[in-house]
Design a protein around this ligand. Sequence first.
Ligand code: EPS
Length: 390
Amino acid sequence: MVFRYLTAGESHGPALVGILDGIPARLALDVNRINETLARRQGGYGRGGRMKIERDTVEFLAGVRGGSTLGSPIAVLVRNRDFDTPHVRALMDPLTGGGAPLTNPRPGHADYAGALKYRHTDLRNVLERASARETTMRVALGAICAQFLEALGIRTRSYVHRIGDVAAPELDEWSQSDVEASEVRCPDAPSAQRMIAAIDAAKAAGDTLGGTFVVRIDGVPVGVGSNRQPDTRLDGVLAGALMGMQTVKAVEVGLGADVAARAGSQAHDTFALDGENVVRGSNRAGGIEGGMSNGQPIVLRVSVKPIPTLMNALPSVNLHDKTDAPATIVRSDVCVVPAAGIVGEAMVRLALVGPVLEKYGGDSIEETRDNLTRANAAATALFESAQEGE
Ligand code: EPS
């Protein structure tokens, strides 16, 4: 395995930790950019009280010296400031923590299945790891991957396309500064205003909202991923990573589900020549054909459910008393779609590093870059030499 990562940490435990194994040596890391990405994940209209407590910043524990990667495993820590609150520490201290059990599972949450799976009678023992707090560490590790991928010319960005029943117009191109300036990370200002109104209305009703975000990856050279086996197909790798996020219920590549209703003549991206260059008439495939990147931008659309903690609690049961009872209410958010877009960028970056390293290899960033440059030059020259050979 050329690259892998792991995270650990409970939502209200002392800290989140992560390990990235396989990032090449000699990559200069800008820690401010990592912390800025963490701050972007904490933002977004519709977040709850917890985000006023946390100020997520990374501490490096291993794998980095003098600001550059060593090629050894990178270990990272982000502290949970909420753990310093006495009642949270009393609940969650790894050695002495405890308290009254949470008993009423939230429909849509991990509470019920996790309780039965792990034989926990306190639902807190399940929700602590199921919580999207854990995505902080994915974003920290993904922000390191971003700097590796950018050194190879690969950039990932996202915008929010839908919140609840408010959908922005379909955008092939958008200004990322407009996205970052928007409280809901939607570059279309009139849609953003309606999304904010929808979140306000959901909050007033004690309800929550889901939505859709679009992730786009530019600069992926042709041939990352492969058609060899199902688990090497790039669309499967990226979709699997995005489905691995809390709340995600669907991932689409390019036209996605819409392609099913189209005839073949309306579903594919034609080839043509622009001088010597091969160009495509569209990007309906979303940048992936046959499980491999085809040189076009990779475009993914991700749908997330409304989060399951409703202040106007859904019907549930008390598992201890065996009585009807509303679902447990804990402090929570109303809408996490803007934050989910930042997590989605991180998941895509974490998922891409392996296939990129599998194709180009390299134990130092220079070696990876040299290999990529050589491979791109050879691909460009491929049919020139074929012509010469004819
Ligand atoms: C979450 C509940 C809330 C969210 C949390 C996810 O936390 P708390 O219970 O402490 O108020 O704020 O998200 C984060 C802490 C985060 O960093 O995104 C849940 O139950 O999933």
